[in-house]
Ligand binder design. Structure first.
Ligand code: C2E
Ligand code: CA
Ligand code: CA
Length: 556
């Protein structure tokens, strides 16, 4: 696919060497022919005269010289032929070595090494014909998951099929290279003012990727994210981006597509580079923040709606960043998940929360949110058990909250982890219930202890003219499944009144208070005489979350 690469100086040198050898061999053959013609020209009249009986026998030396010449001629000719064959073979071997070095073995596409010079060559060719060169960066979404869940062989199979589909979806004169595990680059010329055609090709590419692929009897449905950059058409080579720049820009646009829900394509725009820079800064600040203990647990009250008494707290992560201030988990949790730091971050937070909660009244529970990624770790329950042992916090007071999205990941693995957690005495809540797509069968087959109605339903119920139908439906579902219910996001007394009428529920929300840090929570509990009578007083060393005002310590 695409044009051949420009010949390198080294190859040029080799070609010249072979041509020189050809010329020398040919020169020897030609010289032998000339000698033969000369010597045979002198010998032949003597032979003819001797044959007619008109002269003496031909000169012996001359005869030998002619015979030698004939031998030399035959030898030279054969050598010339051998040489020709050798050179042709070497050329073939060199060509296949070059192809091998330039080709990605798995997919047959160009590889990272050969892709960029090809794009550069095509860039020049496109410019000479007044066209621009569009560069696509295509990255499969969740490819790691395909590999992890189905094995590397299945992953390879997916890549091979995708490469074939890409070849069909891009123009015939396009260059296609695989430049990373699941990253493909494609480049083709287009009319500078015809972005629509490029968009159409990009849509075709996305569609072709998304068709199901059968692997080991399973139908996988991969999606991809695509970024587009395009060169300029001017002849002024200086100001035009080269292949590396175009690939970099397409990569940034692809990254933007990933951030905007995946399975879509975006054109590169200069401000995306700033966004990416900010994002990289955030990533490194998060890495640093974990080491420096900037992530702290906050606590939101959970109450018995009937009595109004506090039954426990939900731990909600906060980032006290020296640079960005107090940051919400909606910002840093997805990044921590993406950079594979969620387990580390979550463990730091849970360790601190267990320490804080140990100082509370033993009747109070602690709920913690767990990312779906953590449930993919087969050692998750052991890690949690380790934290419980380390802190001496009773497993029966710990509740973990998992969201419905966990149930789509790998229900078998989730079931094993959930059962192991339950065996330790930890309780499990299904969080944000109603926002995902868990089936009744899943609800029945997993041993949940509680459903948490998502706050959007409670908000809808308390909205003027809003409906309580969905809240009622979820509550009766809970009754049917014998699962107690917590309503989230209670913001006004009216919502509490309505919920009370629907059953005996727990609730939480800003009506009862915003999430507070460990010290403030402790102070609140001290006022309510809800601190553990036996717990040690928090250390006075300024440790995060566990530190308290002198007045609070007296109360404990
Ligand atoms: P979530 O588990 O649904 O947590 C409840 C969120 O609703 C919290 O937002 C809380 O501050 C907010 N909220 C509580 N009451 C009200 C209310 O009356 N009205 C409104 N509008 N909102 C209310 P927050 O703290 O920003 O947490 C957002 C999400 O981040 C959480 O949703 C949870 O999914 C996730 N998250 C928080 N901490 C962690 C953590 O340690 N690990 C993981 N994996 N996720 C966490
Ligand atoms: Ca939650
Ligand atoms: Ca929730």
């Amino acid at each position: 696919m695409g044009k051949t690469v420009e010949d390198s100086p080294e190859k040029e040198k080799k070609k010249l060497g072979a041509a020189e050898r050809d010329i020398v061999a040919l020169g020897i053959a030609v010289a032998a022919i000339i000698l033969f013609v000369g010597a045979a020209g002198m010998l032949m009249p003597q032979v003819v005269q001797a044959w007619l009986g008109e002269g003496e026998a031909p000169d012996l030396m001359l005869t030998n010289a002619v015979l030698l010449n004939i031998a030399l001629l035959i030898f030279g000719w054969r050598r010339y032929n051998d040489l020709q064959r050798e050179v042709a073979e070497r050329r073939r071997a060199e060509e296949s070595a070059r192809l091998l070095a330039e080709t990605d073995e798995l997919t047959g596409c160009l590889n990272r090494r050969s892709g960029t010079p090809r794009i550069d060559a095509n860039l020049l060719a496109a410019r000479q014909t007044g066209r621009a060169l569009a560069v696509f960066m295509i990255d499969l979404d969740n490819f790691k998951q395909i590999n992890d869940l189905n094995g590397h062989q299945a992953g390879d199979q997916v890549l091979t099929v995708i490469a074939e589909r890409l070849r069909d979806a891009v123009p015939k004169d396009a260059i296609l290279a695989r430049i990373g595990g699941d990253e493909f680059v494609c480049a083709f010329p287009h009319l500078a003012d015809d972005r629509e055609r490029v968009d159409q090709i990009a849509s075709g590419v996305m569609k072709s990727i998304a068709a199901p692929i059968e692997v080991n009897g399973l139908f996988l449905e991969p999606t991809g994210s695509l970024g587009i950059s395009s060169s300029c058409t001017s002849d002024d080579g200086e100001s035009c981006p080269d292949a590396d720049t175009l690939i970099h820009q397409a990569d940034i646009a692809m990254y933007h597509a990933k951030k905007h829900g995946r399975d879509c394509h975006f054109w590169f725009e200069p401000q995306m580079e700033d966004e990416l820079r900010f994002r990289n800064e955030l990533e490194s600040s998060i890495r640093r923040g974990i080491v420096q203990g900037e992530f702290v647990p906050f606590y939101e009250q959970q109450v018995d709606l009937e009595t109004g008494e506090i039954t426990g707290f939900e731990m909600l992560a906060r980032w006290q960043s020296p640079r960005y201030g107090l940051v919400s988990p909606d910002v840093f949790i997805p990044i921590a998940e993406e950079i594979d730091l969620i387990s580390e971050l979550s463990e730091c937070l849970i360790r601190q929360a267990l320490k804080d909660a140990k100082g509370w009244d033993p009747r109070l529970t602690l709920s913690v949110n767990i990312s779906p990624l953590q449930l993919r770790d087969p050692w998750f329950s052991q890690r949690l058990l380790h934290l419980l042992i380390e802190s001496g916090f009773p497993a029966q007071r710990l509740e973990i909250e998992i969201t419905e999205s966990c149930l789509h990941e790998n229900i078998g693995a989730v079931r094993t982890i959930v059962s192991s957690l339950k065996n330790q005495g930890i309780r499990i809540s299904l969080d944000d219930f109603g926002t995902g797509y868990s089936s009744l069968a899943q609800l029945r087959s997993l041993p949940f202890d509680r459903l948490k109605i998502d706050r959007s339903y409670v908000a809808e119920m308390s909205r003027e003219g809003g409906s309580s139908d969905l809240v009622e439906a979820i509550i009766s579902l809970g009754k049917g499944l014998e699962l107690p219910i917590t309503a989230e996001g209670i913001e006004d007394a009216n919502a509490v009144e309505m919920l009370r009428k629907l059953g005996h529920l727990k609730g939480q929300g800003y009506l009862y208070g915003h999430p507070e840090d460990g010290a403030t929570t402790r102070k609140r509990l001290a006022e309510l005489k809800l601190l553990s009578p036996t717990a040690e007083k928090p250390a006075d060393d300024g440790e995060q979350g566990g530190d308290a005002e002198p007045g609070q310590r007296k109360a404990s």
